[in-house]
Design a protein around this ligand. Structure first.
Ligand SMILES: [Zn+2]
Length: 389
């Protein structure tokens, strides 16, 4: 098909009639800027707004697409595209392309010549977290020929838990926190410690982790402050009125602060807390959550090997139940400042990828992540072959 997905870094692509963007993460939109002039850009409405506001791309190039409705792409030779929610970051979608396989005959040839009358169906997953809503989607009930798959965690060691369980565990951790006697309680001969005053930091990259931020703010019944102005502005571009109502520009008004993931360390958080305390904010317990899929260590049996014993394989790779007791404070933590690594992922776990593929049974899978080395490609192929039709 004369279309490209997340391929802006190549500039103008010969014969390309539609440039598709799955979501607003920089490794996918790299190459898009105010200087873009190579062709029409198709994406969700939410992503289109971010592209115009944040990257200053001329809106004349953008063609926002509705969700869940097949749309005919002009000059594509009759290809329809359907956007499905990717369950990744806000605005992220999967693209299902359906249409004839067109052939580029010679320079400037029209793309409406087909090599056969058969319609082909390509599913491009961009970045996604596979879930039952995907395989149950009406658009995915017919066979798919090729799946371009987000294989970030296609290895059985990544059996991290379901996202709602992780969010709940973090909220429960805050709820179960109890005040401890401080030195000032002893000094002032208080028999009961003073009530807990919590500050929560959530580390993020650009877009993403909004579900965790919202749940924690609801748990503490507080507002949300973004340490970075541009991040605050980005959140205001989203279709999320619930989140907008929580945002404040006053750090002292908010008990949940959104910060950079890489910035979180004992020293930087301690200095941050002290600065807020100097401004008059009472804080007796700080919890800094570092949410990333990478922090989860497999604790159960050894990772399974590729096998046609599908049921046994899925059983062995199914993630364990996750509760507050699984949240571990990093060694640098103290009783009043906790650093907590959270296996919160917006990409599919190994188990979710395998169930997704075994349900969809595509003719062919093309991995889009970890493809840079031959050993990694060979390792992934052993798993991808299991879903062959
Ligand atoms: Zn992404």
């Amino acid at each position: 098909m004369p279309l490209s997905v997340d391929a802006f870094r190549y500039g103008s692509i010969e014969g390309c009639e539609g440039y598709f963007l799955t979501h607003f993460h920089s490794d996918h939109y790299a190459g898009l800027s105010s200087r873009w002039k190579h062709g029409l850009i198709y994406c969700s409405e939410e992503t289109a707004r971010l592209v115009t506001k944040r990257l200053k791309v001329d809106p004349a190039w953008l063609r926002p697409l509705p969700m869940n409705e097949p749309q005919l792409i002009p000059r594509s030779g009759g290809v329809y595209v359907t956007c499905l929610d990717a369950n990744h970051c806000p605005g992220a979608c999967l693209f299902l392309f359906e249409g004839p396989q067109t052939v580029f005959l010679h320079q400037n040839a029209a793309f409406n010549r087909t090599s056969s009358n058969r319609l082909v169906r390509y599913l491009h997953c961009g970045d996604f977290r596979a879930c039952p809503a995907h395989t149950a989607h009406p658009a995915l009930q017919k066979p798919v020929d090729i799946v371009y798959l987000d294989t970030t965690y296609l290895h059985p060691k990544y059996n991290f838990p379901a996202q709602p369980q992780v969010v709940q565990a973090c909220a429960d951790m805050l709820m179960k926190s109890t005040p401890r006697k401080t030195l000032s309680d002893f000094w002032q001969r208080r028999s009961d410690p003073e009530p807990l005053e919590q500050l929560v930091l959530v580390g993020t990259y650009s877009l993403g982790k909004e579900r965790l931020v919202k749940q924690l703010a609801q748990t503490l019944n507080t507002s949300v402050f973004c340490a970075h102005v541009t991040r605050h502005e980005t959140l205001l571009e989203l279709d999320d009125t619930e989140l907008h109502a929580m945002l404040t520009r006053q750090p002292l008004e908010a008990r949940v602060h959104v910060v950079s993931l890489h910035w979180i360390s004992y020293e930087s958080v301690a200095a941050y807390v002290q600065a807020l305390q100097r401004q008059g904010m009472r804080i007796t317990l700080t919890t800094a959550f570092r949410p990333t899929g990478w922090t989860f260590q497999r604790t159960t049996a050894p990772a399974p090997m590729p096998s046609r014993q599908i049921e046994a394989l899925l059983k062995a790779s199914q993630p364990p139940e996750f509760t507050t007791s699984n949240l571990v404070c990093a060694p640098a933590s103290t009783p009043s400042l906790r650093l907590v690594n959270v296996p919160y992922s917006e990409h599919s776990s190994f188990y979710e990828l395998m169930v997704f593929l075994l349900t969809l049974h595509p003719l062919r899978v093309i991995p889009t992540v970890n493809v840079g080395s031959a050993p990694s490609r060979t390792r992934m192929k052993a798993w991808l072959d299991l879903s062959d039709r």
